[in-house]
Design a binder for this molecule. Structure first.
Ligand code: PMP
Length: 385
């Protein structure tokens, strides 16, 4: 085995996927309620994605940002027109999108005054693994081995208006927030909290950054979670689902946050025609009439059935989420990883998360019958455990 020991993996080698299903190299089939951690929004082997990749691969895969390319311009337009009309920078991953947002925030702040460099983020948030995003990730367990971190960061308690107010000052240039915290167990922000964050940002001339790497791209039944809350950020970071499986990240900024100039920031691969062409395909599918309404309906169906299951199983402490981003928190006597493993053995893939939670993140194209199968497997797993 030539791989570094960076992951504790489930014991399967996946070789093929179709729709909501994946197969391992022994031929065993699994119902995929992970979507590669909120990535495969259109499921596996979607004909439109295959067609886009084939066609673009035969035209132009990469050309760097020394030149313009058509898919990049098209995708920027789609992202802009489907959000708050901003400008777009393309990266390759979620953590890179957040790194770009950190740099934008610092430049924005320093233009106002040299001391305006502080970045606030929530405890138990997750923004990525590179040093800037890791510093924004308010979780010492991920940070400790890699200290010293990037200076100028501070943390507030998620959904605690009073704490956020106390941390805000004229020295703050940005507040980072996940509208729905993903890695820490699907914890939605309250509307009150996001509204107050917006108000404080306006009062203190701070950029509000929403990290929608996990909760964006249709997960919640809206294209972006902020559209559910009616609170608009200055900067939006996107990745995961945008490429439907091909790596891509993006930062959307409003006019005020559009501060980067040539030389400030860049990437070799970001915005390459292949990834952007796939992004265009994903965006067009998700914004087709009725698609997101269906996500919302399927999400409600799933949440309702899980809530009923919760009444039957005392170990299910909480069921929460929006759309097809749902977390099930278990009481301490049952470890989430064991439940995920039991589901795995029975042919259902789910993602463990913080707070002793497992996440249901099926493809947005999941069918009702598949939701029923997932629920049945979870129920059996809980009965056996
Ligand atoms: N932000 C959020 C909210 C995430 O959930 C993740 C990944 N789980 C990231 C950033 C980092 O994304 P990536 O792994 O693509 O760097």
């Amino acid at each position: 085995m030539f791989l570094m020991n960076t992951y504790s993996r489930f014991p399967a080698t996946l070789v093929y996927g179709k729709g909501s299903w994946v197969y391992d190299n022994s031929g065993k089939v699994y119902l995929d309620f992970t979507s590669g951690i909120a990535v495969n929004v259109l499921g596996h082997s979607h004909p439109k994605l295959i067609e886009a990749i084939r066609d673009q691969a035969g035209k132009l895969i990469h050309c760097s940002n020394l030149y313009w390319n058509i898919p990049q311009m098209e995708l920027a337009e789609l992202l802009s027109k489907n959000t708050f009309g901003g400008k777009v920078f393309f990266a390759n991953t979620g953590t890179e999108a957040n790194e770009a947002a950190i740099k934008i925030a610092r430049k924005y702040g320093k233009r106002k005054n040299e001391k305006k460099i502080k970045i606030l983020s929530a405890r138990n948030s997750f923004h990525g693994r590179t040093l800037g995003s890791l510093t924004a990730t308010g979780q010492p367990k991920y940070q400790k081995p890699f200290e010293p971190l990037v200076p100028g960061f501070d943390y507030f308690e998620f959904n605690n208006v009073k704490d956020l107010r106390e941390k805000v000052s004229d020295e703050v240039c940005a507040i980072f927030l996940e509208p729905i915290q993903g890695e820490s167990g699907i914890i939605p922000a309250t509307k009150e909290f996001l509204k107050e964050a917006r108000r404080l940002c306006d009062e203190y001339d701070i950029l509000l950054v929403f990290d929608e790497v996990q909760c964006g791209m249709g997960r919640t039944g809206k294209l972006f979670a902020y559209q559910k809350y009616g609170v608009i950020p200055d900067i939006l970071t996107v990745a995961k689902g945008l490429g439907g499986g091909i790596p891509i990240g993006a930062v959307v900024v409003n006019e005020k946050a559009n501060v980067l100039e040539p030389g400030d920031h860049g990437t070799t691969f970001g915005g390459n025609p292949l990834a952007c062409r796939v992004g265009v395909t994903v965006m067009k599918e998700l914004t087709k009439e009725g698609f997101l309404d269906e996500v919302e309906k399927k999400g409600k169906y799933l949440l309702e059935k899980l809530s009923r299951m919760k009444e039957k199983f005392g170990v299910m402490r909480d069921v929460r989420g929006m759309g097809l981003m749902i977390g099930i928190q278990f009481s301490e006597e049952l470890e989430n990883r064991n439940i995920a493993m039991k589901c795995f053995e029975k042919g259902l893939l789910v993602v463990p998360a913080g707070n002793n939670t497992i996440r249901f993140l099926p493809p947005l194209t999941v069918e009702y019958g598949e939701i029923d199968i997932a629920l049945r497997i979870l129920e059996e797993a809980l009965q056996e455990i």
